[in-house]
Design a protein around this ligand. Structure first.
Ligand SMILES: C[S@@+](CC[C@H](N)C(=O)[O-])C[C@H]1O[C@@H](n2cnc3c(N)ncnc32)[C@H](O)[C@@H]1O
Length: 282
């Protein structure tokens, strides 16, 4: 399967920029991930779109007993396996524990993702966390029919799949020659003011931050064109925590991506409680 968002040329770029131009972005991803709240019971991490894991910090990966990485790019398996083997060796030396890696080298539909979780994590989804690793904002670039059909399946079925799972995603929102007004390595948090008084049911219907708001907030006074990565509505209705984080990725000199970090974990108790209320009382 030929993919535009990854592959050989992406790894060449990573080789060139990982230790220089991309460093502040990697620092921002790490800062953001240390603030993300995941249930302590989650010991298996599923990473979708892992590539070489260039942006994924060791401090985050080593929190899990098992990492299940998914990426159809054949180079990704080789490169990410090397990174994980180094992390696991270090962890074993320092603490005696290990972080095991499984790799699935193809793109999966939602029913296949659920099946994979069932086989890798039979204790149930309370033991798993899902990370969409700078992938969702690249999907609109893909043109191959088999990739397009997977994207359509995700757009239809991902909200229901994620609604009872813990997940995080960082993805492109806007990109172009204009630099967002965010410092190198800085992570900006945005919380909608009205969220504090929302109940659980209302918060589940939370609105995403619109492109207009992002332009007003991060590009004020700048003139020029921006590309829309069509991610504004991807997670609509799945943001109970309503925490939005923003940082910058300078992909190549002079080309800036505004990256959004979202995270959510289901309020299982609240869901169970709601289901337990008899019809006449609700
Ligand atoms: C921009 S790269 C991700 C960067 C990476 N997370 C890092 O830390 O460097 C996007 C990756 O998503 C992969 N990809 C595209 N469609 C996918 C799908 N449906 N499932 C899993 N991975 C996919 C591509 O092969 C590519 O490696």
């Amino acid at each position: 399967m030929a993919l535009i968002s990854g592959g050989f040329y992406y790894h060449l770029r990573a080789l060139r920029y990982s230790r220089t131009l991309w460093k502040p972005y990697h620092r921002a991803v790490e800062t953001w991930l240390t603030q993300v709240v995941l249930p302590v019971s989650a010991d298996t991490l599923f990473v979708v779109g892992v590539s070489g894991g260039y942006a994924l910090p060791e401090s985050f990966l080593r929190r899990f007993k098992r990492v299940v990485a998914i990426d159809p790019d054949p180079w990704a398996k080789r490169i990410f396996s090397r990174k994980m083997s180094q992390i696991s060796k270090k962890l074993s030396h320092e603490t005696g524990s290990e972080c095991e890696l499984r790799f699935v080298a193809r793109a999966l539909r939602i029913d296949e993702l659920a099946q994979l979780e069932f086989s890798e994590c039979p204790e149930g989804s309370s033991r798993s966390a899902w990370l969409f690793s700078n992938l969702i904002g690249q999907l609109s670039l893909e043109t191959a029919p088999e990739v397009k059909s997977i994207v359509q399946d995700w757009q239809k079925n991902l909200p229901e799949f994620l609604s009872l799972r813990s997940w995080v995603s960082f993805h492109d929102r806007l990109s172009g020659g204009l630099r967002p007004n965010i410092q190198d390595g800085e992570v900006r948090q945005k919380t909608r003011p009205s969220d504090t008084d929302r109940g659980f049911a209302r918060a589940r219907e939370a609105e995403p931050v619109s492109n207009e708001t992002l332009v007003r907030e991060f590009y004020a006074g700048a003139a020029g064109e921006l590309d829309d990565h069509e991610t504004e509505n991807f997670f609509r209705g799945l943001m109970p925590s309503a925490q939005f984080h923003y940082f910058v990725w300078q992909l190549v000199p002079g080309r800036f991506h505004l990256i959004e970090g979202l995270s959510s974990h289901p309020q299982r108790e609240a869901v169970l409680l709601k289901e337990a209320v008899p019809q006449s009382l609700s």
